[in-house]
Design a protein around this ligand. Structure first.
Ligand code: SF4
Length: 312
């Protein structure tokens, strides 16, 4: 047994290392009191956020969620630890039961996830997100509509759950693809899946869902934050986005000195310097890219920031 790196990071909650390592990741289990959290900020249109995990193995350089790490050491080591709630299914079932008791025919609007990727690599083994989808689908057995669900991910692992996804009456999948250039992706988010793998995952989902047998999900590509795309890749990338019914663009979250506010990580500032051709005139780069999206994708809804994150 490898000595847990963050042992005792949070004395008030029972926490233990449940795996020595998953790849390079320290994995912890925790007993939760709640799972659904009231949605605020850019996703205030939802009733709840649902984060199956805390921490994220993708460890993107710009990730604002690192600000919500349990302590400074874990904030600095963002990407190398994951906490999951061992009693998640039981808690979610209780919380949904409580919702439907007061709103039997009104589905809760749930955004999964705001501070983690529900399909990060650990999910392939642990299958927590899959089990939570099952809990959400179970409500139909009691005559309730399934939750309105938005899944935010950058992972092709989502295709594993197509059998469940097609049973949601109102589902939107937000596939995050912040750049059309692989070399840019490798600089800003080196551990994440390739652009090709993400687009292919959406293609597989669209091809696999039979509208006569299930519900067809809505698809967004979220270019958030909008990262540079080299001119040679631009037209091809944009043309491939026609697979979505919506494309969302957004700037970086602002950086804050306070560790408790959602904030773009400092790590990204160094990487941005490599892309001076884009960031020296960031506003104009953003506007030009947006104009190209509008002109090349006339049948796709192009949205910006908060407006793009709703279900409808
Ligand atoms: S995948 Fe999302 S939650 Fe995970 S590190 Fe990247 S931006 Fe953060």
């Amino acid at each position: 047994m490898i000595k847990p790196r963050y042992e005792g990071y949070c004395d008030s909650e029972p926490t233990k290392l449940v795996r020595e390592k998953f790849g390079n990741t320290n994995v912890y289990g925790q007993i939760a009191k709640s799972l659904l959290t009231k949605a605020t900020g850019f996703i205030a249109a939802y009733d709840f956020t649902l984060n199956p995990y805390r921490g994220c193995q993708y460890g993107c350089s710009y990730c604002y969620a690192a600000a919500f790490s349990p302590n400074n050491k874990m904030r600095q080591d963002w990407g190398n630890w994951v906490i999951f709630k061992e009693n998640s299914e039981e808690i979610l079932a209780k919380e949904l039961h409580k919702w439907y008791k007061h709103n039997p025919q009104i589905p809760p609007r749930i955004y999964m996830s705001s501070v983690t990727d529900p399909y990060q690599p650990f999910e392939s083994k642990y299958q927590l997100t899959r089990r939570l989808l099952e809990v959400m689908l179970d409500v139909r057995n009691d005559g309730h509509p399934t939750p309105t669900l938005v899944i935010q991910t950058r992972s092709p692992i989502i295709t594993r759950d197509i059998d469940y996804l097609q049973r949601f009456q109102r589902l939107r999948i937000n596939m995050s693809i912040p750049t059309g250039s692989e070399s840019v992706r490798k600089d800003f988010e080196p551990r994440s899946p390739s652009i090709k793998a993400r687009l292919n995952a959406i293609y597989i989902i669209k091809k696999s869902i039979d509208s006569t047998k299930g519900f067809v999900p809505r698809i967004s590509i979220t270019i958030t934050p909008l990262l540079p795309t080299f001119i040679n890749d631009e037209a091809d990338f944009i043309d491939r986005l026609v697979i979505a019914d919506r494309v969302v663009i957004q700037d970086f979250h602002p950086s804050h000195s306070s560790s408790l506010i959602a904030s773009t990580r400092q790590e990204v500032i160094t990487i941005k310097q490599k892309y001076a051709w884009w960031y020296d005139s960031e506003k104009s780069s953003y506007i030009k890219f947006k104009e190209k999206l509008i002109s090349r994708l006339p049948h796709v809804d192009i949205k910006e920031g908060k407006d793009g994150f709703g279900y409808d």
